[in-house]
Design a binder for this molecule. Structure first.
Ligand code: COA
Ligand code: AMP
Length: 653
């Protein structure tokens, strides 16, 4: 089966038995690991290159450069924007819808054809160029789910600028951290975003972020929306529509970039309080996503994809924007929630209205729909005959939700497991290659290119069915992270050093006898709230910033709707005169203002002390286990067991 290499890494290859053996998936997976050069060079033929790649991998060049991870398609050049837009227009598909904006808040619908999306992005690219943005320069995109968000990303790609999209739910401090990390020449933003109960004004958040940030962008281009208009700062700010009106600046042509040049930086929560900027390159990304859309999602050019996520997350980057457009599909940009905008039938309405073949969203969205429409009566009001499959990603899909959705919708419900770092599914039933039986609680088999191994704490592989750390042997496939913005030390420390030869995903789980992967949860302090990734450290940094808090622990506890929700335990500073109730309320508000409301910290308990090891490490895992009502393993290194015992009633309450 699998063997340990002399460097400690595993020998790549597959030996599968059972339901997944002997078909197209196994052949593709085997070849991708045993002969990645042949597999990915063939996949690369579906991308239009300016200078074609002569090899997929070049270990000697990687070693000479000292890059932490292998680089794909060195020496090749291309334009991602050309592959997303121009090539389809040149091929005579200019009149095909590329992007459909569906706002469940305003009722507005807007369709942009491939030719129109090309025109809009070329004009914005021209404006950016006039504002001094060149190849390799960064542009921060802080926009709600409006067509301009897609235009912005493609405009950056067009001129070789690196976009850094910040989710609209992040508050000023998180936006400031991303601005300081990316150091953008320009920020692209809007006057407001829409939420079910309020209009979220973006400019005050951006101003607060700029006041905190050390870096100052030269310009901000602001999309004025009618729900709230923003005051523009003369000299710094430009009105989006004026700045990009026809004739304002010469539209930009596609710029040739190296396959290894960065397309974007997307920050995610690591284990510390500081966001980690995942870097995606052009060449590997274009090849992997172009390959994944037909093979994993079973989609063809012209098919309609509805990915109900947000452009600020990796799911949005890959399957709202780049994947569907690279593959010549129509992508639906859904501005709204799965429930409450106005009802739990909103996503079915959008599927039916646009004829979507695939709906990709988070399990939380399905749980929210189920809570309000347990018999899925609202789906029956719509013609869902176009829907071929429901894909769910971003958090664990519990078997109950999986079974309910499959039974009521009558289409395959495809759990797929991946992360910001990988950019596309690590494990997913590859419906375009082969219909494999689906299993509750499992995102099925590893995608071609991914060699999933389960290691124990000593780095040894465990037998099928035994839990351990889910790791991927190196090299990771194309389209996965090229590195971390600002240096790879964080990446080495968090994901590579623990087990040489492997990338450690941070997830725990097992692989069963048939090679199906089962993901059970994070092994680190990452918290998943409604599929949104947050770190304990990030939330704790906001909590301890409160002047009356001496120390705190934030843990993610099980939540039937959102998967997990954060809870804070705080120890008050000596001599404080503020009441515990007031501190708790202020901490909740502080997290909204520092991290963002989507973090949804609602429960704060003031406690006498926090349990730690003798070396001072917080016992978050033990706290989480007690709160979740599972048998908590109390480390023998605990400093004072009575502290933990005192907390039990609080945690269980
Ligand atoms: N901008 C500003 N605020 C935002 C925001 C955004 N982009 N997204 C969320 N928020 C705010 C909400 O307005 C809300 O604020 P409030 O506390 O003042 O009401 C808070 O963050 C929490 O919002 P949300 O996460 O939407 O939770 P909810 O309880 O209002 O709704 C669900 C529950 C299930 C409908 C919602 O969590 C959901 O749509 N989940 C699916 C998640 C998803 O698609 N994830 C993608 C990962 S692939
Ligand atoms: P993000 O980087 O925000 O996409 O979050 C990635 C993390 O979400 C993963 O490391 C997992 O912990 C979790 N995750 C994503 N998809 C799944 C899935 N299908 N099953 C279980 N966990 C998942």
């Amino acid at each position: 089966m699998t063997t340990q290499g002399s460097d400690g890494g595993a020998t790549r290859g597959t030996a599968r038995t059972g339901v997944a053996s002997g078909g197209a998936w196994e052949a593709a997976h085997r070849e991708s690991l045993e002969d990645p050069e042949a597999f990915w060079m063939r996949a690369a033929r579906d991308v239009r290159w300016i200078r074609r790649p002569t090899s997929a991998l070049d270990p000697a060049a990687d070693a000479a450069e000292g890059s932490a991870l292998p680089r794909w398609f060195r020496g090749a050049t291309l334009s991602t924007a050309f592959n997303c837009l121009d090539r389809h227009v040149i091929a005579g598909r200019g009149e095909q819808p590329a992007l459909v904006h569906h706002s469940a808040y305003t009722g507005e619908r807007l369709t942009l054809t491939y030719a129109e999306l090309l025109d809009h992005s070329a004009r914005l690219a021209g404006t950016l160029r006039e504002l001094g943005v060149g190849k390799g320069d960064r542009v921060v995109v802080y926009l709600p789910m409006v067509p301009e968000a897609v235009v912005a990303m493609l405009a950056c790609a067009r001129i070789g600028a690196v976009h850094s999209v910040v989710f609209g739910g992040f508050a000023a401090a998180e936006l400031a951290a991303r601005i300081d990390d990316a150091q953008p020449v320009v920020v692209l933003t809007a006057s407001c975003g829409l939420e079910p109960t309020r209009v979220v004004e973006y400019m005050p958040l951006l101003e607060a972020a700029l006041a905190r940030a050390e870096h100052a962008p030269a310009h901000c281009v602001v999309l004025q929306r009618p729900q709230a208009r923003a005051e523009l700062v003369p000299g710094r700010d430009l009105d989006w529509r004026e700045a990009t009106r026809p004739g304002a600046a010469p539209p930009a042509e596609c710029v040739e970039v190296a396959a290894t040049d960065p397309l974007y930086v997307l920050h995610t929560s690591g284990t510390t309080g500081r966001p980690k900027g995942v870097v995606r390159d052009h060449g590997g990304h274009a090849v992997a996503l172009t390959w994944s859309v037909p093979n994993l999602f079973g989609l063809e050019p012209g098919d309609v994809v509805l990915t109900a996520s947000d452009v600020g997350w990796v799911v949005g980057h890959s399957y709202i924007v780049y994947g569907p457009l690279l593959a010549g599909c129509t992508t639906v940009l859904y501005e709204g929630k799965p429930v409450g905008t106005p009802d739990a039938g909103a996503l079915w309405r959008a599927v039916a209205e646009h004829g979507a073949s695939v709906l990709l969203t988070a399990p939380t969205a399905v749980r929210a729909i189920r809570a309000q429409d347990p018999d899925l009566a609202l789906a029956a009001e719509h013609d869902l005959s176009s829907l071929q499959a429901l894909y769910l990603a971003g958090e664990r899909l519990d078997p109950d939700t999986w079974a309910w959705a499959g039974e009521h919708l009558g289409v395959p419900v495809v759990d797929n497991w991946w992360q910001t770092e990988t950019g596309w599914p690590i494990a997913c039933s590859p419906r375009g290659l082969q219909e494999l039986p689906l299993r509750p609680g499992s995102p099925s088999v590893p995608s071609p290119g991914y060699d999933v191994r389960v290691l124990d704490s000593a780095g040894q592989e465990v037998p099928p069915g035994v839990e351990g750390a889910l790791c991927l042997t190196l090299p990771l496939p194309p389209g996965t992270l090229a590195g971390v913005w600002g240096g790879d030390e964080v990446l080495r420390a968090s994901s590579l050093d623990a087990h040489p030869g492997y990338y450690v995903t941070g997830d725990g789980g097992f692989v069963d006898d048939d090679g199906y992967v089962h993901v059970l949860g994070r092994t680190d302090d990452v918290i998943s709230v409604a599929g949104h990734r947050l770190s304990a450290g990030q939330l704790e940094a906001a909590v301890v910033g409160h002047p009356d808090v001496a120390e705190c622990a934030v843990i993610g506890v099980a939540d039937p709707l959102k998967g997990q929700e954060p809870r804070a335990l705080v120890v008050l500073a000596g001599g404080t005169t503020t009441s515990p109730q007031d501190v708790a309320a202020q901490v909740v508000q502080r997290v909204r203002e520092e991290v963002g409301p989507f973090a949804a910290l609602r429960r704060v308990d003031v406690v006498a002390a926090l349990p730690k090891t003798r070396s001072g490490k917080l016992l978050r895992k033990t706290l989480r286990e007690i709160a979740d009502g599972v048998d908590a393993v109390v480390p023998s290194t605990i400093e004072d067991r009575s502290v933990l015992e005192d907390l039990r009633p609080v945690l269980r309450g």
